[in-house]
Design a protein around this ligand. Structure first.
Ligand SMILES: Cc1cc2nc3c(=O)[nH]c(=O)nc-3n(C[C@H](O)[C@H](O)[C@H](O)COP(=O)(O)OP(=O)(O)OC[C@H]3O[C@@H](n4cnc5c(N)ncnc54)[C@H](O)[C@@H]3O)c2cc1C
Length: 459
């Protein structure tokens, strides 16, 4: 981390002068408060990342609304050799948009047009700054919807989700963002003295998918969409953890159409805020949270009751996230962590793909760590098969205890996705993706984009 130092003031001054003189109205932001805000994300869920990223801040920022402005900023950064960090809504959890080496933060939230929806295929082309909820509401007018969204659906951007996210609501049906078939193409601006504007097909786009903005500026995305469904939100209570776990394993194997399934162990359920009209979880009550299609509702309550689950509440999903009240989706994925940490800031979390069967691992962890690890599970589709992932809540007891817990889970067959690291590779399977590095060499040859976040780049 000591290798990353801010840029010498002379180069920043020269860049500010060039941008200020541009006829494209590129107003450099220099106020310390605004730069602090534009350099921050939600990495504070990690007590490992917090001290590591403290004080890392951009030296200037620019907000853009048009493609020509992006090209002008890219060219100027390349000519002045100033690092560039891209920013959508800044809701990432791994410090993805915290600039390690100062430089310029480019805020793309204003580049937010829906360019087209193909009426036959449903293929969408949109700019990266669209918030996902706004984009979804525009797709609804065409009878279409985004396949996958994070629980930060109402605030986060399309570009940031592709470059920094992985999955979320919809992962039960559609797997993860990097699965072939979701991202069909990209428009990209390169970071060169004379930037190129490229249109990449699905294969050429793959290395930019989940690359933390290290290997090209995405200025438009082509995505597959799905049919719009009026998902119903259901909250189901269980008194037995084993029964709740078994229902969570079986439900995704039925023909009942679901878009999300989240299971919260009772101590977690008891401390969640619930949508208006939904009773709070009683003592010892584990809760299953579902997004279910209207045609599944005839059968679902009986199916659940036969397995020990009682329907506690049902409500329509606020339309494209715009309606009043708390959407159930904002109790799932990392929103569970958010609500828990609001009451217990000394807790953190992990991310694991669980082995099948799951119960032996869950039980072994319980035996070793007691109530210092609490279970929060999410159902997903992994390589075509229904699986359960976990985002357990973990009482922070220092880095060694966290490493011991990760090691135990790995030994028991889980695949950890570590949220306490800053590189693309370490947050994934730990291996360098040569295609991501090759894309960086091609589109960011001077290595100026989000320095320090792609471990495979040694240039
Ligand atoms: C409470 C909470 C819940 C969350 N739940 C989920 C979840 O369910 N699933 C999930 O996957 N994530 C989740 N996240 C993480 C994050 O919210 C999402 O990944 C979100 O989609 C990121 O979008 P953003 O606009 O905030 O991206 P940012 O944080 O702004 O950026 C993310 C990364 O993308 C890069 N980037 C941004 N725009 C571009 C561009 N145009 N071209 C190239 N690179 C770019 C940035 O440099 C950065 O590295 C959650 C976070 C929080 C705090």
């Amino acid at each position: 981390m000591d290798d990353f130092r801010p840029v010498e003031p002379d180069r920043i001054r020269a860049l500010v002068a060039e941008l200020s003189a541009s006829p494209l109205v590129l107003t450099p932001i220099l106020s310390a408060a605004e730069l602090g805000r534009l350099s921050a994300d939600f990495h504070d869920y990690s007590p490992v990342l917090e001290p590591l990223l403290k004080g890392r801040c951009a030296q200037l920022a620019v907000k853009v609304e048009r493609l020509e402005q992006v090209i002008a900023v890219a060219g100027a950064c390349a000519r002045h050799r100033v690092p560039l960090t891209l920013r959508g809504a800044g809701t990432g959890n791994y410090g993805q948009c915290v600039p390690l080496a100062g430089g310029l933060v480019l805020d793309l939230s204003g580049l937010n047009r829906l360019r087209s929806v193909d009426p036959d295929s449903g293929i969408v082309e949109a700019e990266p700054g669209c918030t996902l909820a706004h984009l979804d509401s525009q797709l609804a007018a065409h009878g279409r919807a985004l396949r996958l969204v994070p629980s930060t659906y109402r605030s986060s951007s399309l570009g940031g989700f592709i470059a920094g996210g992985s999955g979320g609501l919809g992962s039960l049906r559609w797997g993860f963002l990097r699965d072939p078939g979701h991202l069909l193409g990209l428009e990209v601006v390169t970071l060169e003295a004379e930037p190129r504007l490229l249109r990449l097909d699905a294969a050429a786009s793959a290395p930019l998918n989940h690359a933390y903005g290290t290997n090209g500026i995405i200025t438009a995305l082509r995505l597959a969409s799905t049919e719009a469904v009026a998902w119903q939100q259901l909250v189901v209570g269980f008194s037995s953890w084993e029964a709740a776990l078994e229902a969570s394993r079986q439900l995704p194997t039925t023909a009942l159409l679901l878009n999300a399934l989240c299971l919260l162990e009772s101590p977690v359920a008891e401390r969640m805020p619930w949508p208006a009209g939904c009773p709070a979880a009683g003592p010892g009550e584990h809760r299953l949270l579902l997004h279910a299609a209207p045609d599944s509702l005839e059968l679902l309550p009986g199916w659940l009751a036969a397995r020990g689950g009682q329907l506690r509440w049902q409500g329509s999903r606020p339309e494209a996230g715009r309606g009043r009240g708390l959407p159930l989706g904002e109790l799932t994925w990392n929103h569970t962590t958010l609500h828990w940490r609001a009451q217990a800031p000394d807790w953190t979390y992990l991310q694991l793909l669980l082995p099948r069967p799951e119960a032996p691992l869950l039980e072994a962890v319980r035996q070793r760590w007691g109530s210092d690890v609490l279970w929060h599970l999410e159902a997903v589709r992994h390589q075509g098969a229904p699986r359960l992932t976990a985002l357990p809540l973990v009482r922070w007891q220092g880095p060694q205890a966290l490493a011991d817990l990760v090691a135990q889970c790995r030994e028991l067959g889980a695949v950890p996705f570590n949220p306490h690291v800053i590189t693309v590779e370490d947050g994934g399977l730990g291996v360098v993706d040569a295609d991501q590095v090759a894309a960086k060499a091609a589109y960011d040859p001077a290595g100026l984009m989000n320095p320090g976040k792609l471990r495979g780049w040694t240039g």
